[in-house]
Write a protein that binds this ligand. Structure first.
Ligand code: 5RP
Length: 251
């Protein structure tokens, strides 16, 4: 049965969520119930619109458990989430090994390879995913696919050092990503700048190339000026997808 809202909350009841938000909440709550265990003290919190439901469910585990825990953010948004929830904020400098990290994804294939970085946080997300004993993905059903590039058409998000972006675009075009482009801020006010002061290039590939995401990852990593690639291969232990009908898919 899907997890129920926390009963001990003193806050006023909120209307039940519907649609995509309900799917995100179900994925996040189920993953927390199964993977954030009482003995876990160091917890990585990812980025995006599904992750607030992760924090919501962790809070429902109670003050007693959470007072001995430290939470590490993957970016400005999750730092705010942690602080506003009254949880203890930590840094990977102090805690380079975590118990568990839970994060969203833009697309997840049948082998649990992911495209991440829709929110331009892929560098810190990958550091905290690698740092964790267990890395778990939470998402709604739209992110669940057989092969990458099926639903996420925007391409692989690549964080790059600003000095190298023009050459990197050339190199990516030569690699076959003809539509690779610098990610622009809304209203095209200028390039998106990451929490690390870098730019992001979105590089789409053909469906045949997405069959081997490790190969794409290796090739892009070799290019000078690339900081990190939003392809997470062989990293996630499990992915939780909330479905439209209120069921959950775990893979
Ligand atoms: C940010 C990410 C996010 O985790 C990803 O974009 C998923 O976000 P959402 O939960 O809003 O669908 O990789 O860089």
């Amino acid at each position: 049965a899907p997890p129920q809202p926390p009963s001990s909350s003193s806050k006023p009841m909120r209307a039940a969520l519907t649609g995509i938000d309900a799917a995100k909440q179900l994925a996040a709550w189920t993953a927390v119930d199964e993977h954030v265990l009482p003995e876990h003290k160091l917890i990585g919190i990812g980025s995006g619109s599904t992750v607030p439901f992760v924090v919501e469910r962790i809070l429902a585990q109670g003050k007693e458990l959470n007072k001995d825990r430290v939470f590490l953010p993957t970016g400005f948004q999750s730092k705010e989430l942690i602080v506003n929830a009254g949880l203890t904020l930590g840094d990977v400098d102090q805690y380079p090994n975590l118990d568990v990290t839970i994060d969203g994804a833009d697309e997840v294939d049948r082998r649990l390879n992911c495209i991440k970085g829709g929110g331009a946080c892929q560098l810190r997300e990958k550091v905290l995913a690698e740092a964790a004993e267990t890395f778990i993905i939470v998402a709604d059903f739209r992110k669940n696919s057989e092969t990458l590039g099926t639903t996420w058409k925007q391409g692989v998000p690549i964080e790059v050092t600003p000095f190298a972006y023009a050459r990197l675009l050339q190199n990516l075009h030569r690699m076959g990503s003809k539509a690779a482009a610098l990610r622009m801020a809304k209203a095209k006010a200028g390039p998106v700048v990451t929490d690390n002061g870098n730019f992001v290039i979105d590089a789409p590939f053909s469906s045949s190339r997405y069959e081997e995401p490790e190969q794409i990852l290796r090739e892009i990593k070799m290019l000078t000026g690339v900081v990190e690639v939003g392809l997470f291969c062989n990293m996630a232990k499990a992915a939780y997808f909330g479905n439209e009908d209120g069921s959950i898919t775990i893979k």
